[in-house]
Write a protein that binds this ligand. Sequence first.
Ligand code: MN
Length: 254
Amino acid sequence: MTLLVVSDLHLDAARPEIAEQFDAFLAGRARAARALYVLGDLFEVWIGDDDPDPHKRAIVASLKALSDAGVKLYFMRGNRDFLLGERFCRDTGGELLTDPSIATAHGKRVLLTHGDALCTDDAPYQRLRALVREPRWQTQFLALSVTQRESLAAEARAGSKAHTSGQPAMLMDVNARAIERVFREANVDWLVHGHTHRPGVTPLLVDGRPRTRLVTGDWYSQGSVLTWDADGLRLEALPRAPGAARAVQAGAPE
Ligand code: MN
């Protein structure tokens, strides 16, 4: 039975074409899988499981339909949706995975991680990452109203854009030593992560052992899915019809 891995959909009401393609994926080929792993940044922003935003509720309903159909759903938090919680899991019928986690199937142990923890050259980001993962910070943030959280999240996104646009591209990518360390510490030959939006398959040697790093891509202009079955792990782009975005936007209410 097939396992599927996706990441970095960055679902947002402003990009309805991504939700449309993901909905078709959930109702289509994902139904034949044994499990679907979402390795973070499913949502562009997630301010808490109590957010009544209809766009987000529709995605939760599509995920629930998939788990009701018998497909196991696993979620890892990304740097955009690090507040995904227990209620989201109940609502979707899925399970939260700690980052990193090891999955075992078809004779392979595969380390799964979102990927932002591997970007160790970006020190200011790593400090922010540690702060927003503190239980006390999260409790205080989640105690605010939905409106307050929305405006703070908008400020944070503007700050993040200013930070990343002023950074050399190599600082925003994974650090080679961090990659070697996770292979070594987890004692695995396979690593799958997202976050960098640089999909690809990279063979490498760590301690003389051949290993493979697979990076799932974002869904901005096309889909990206990793298929894991008895034949191995394969990365695949999911093309989107060029007119899809315009057609949806033209038919959507303001
Ligand atoms: Mn990310």
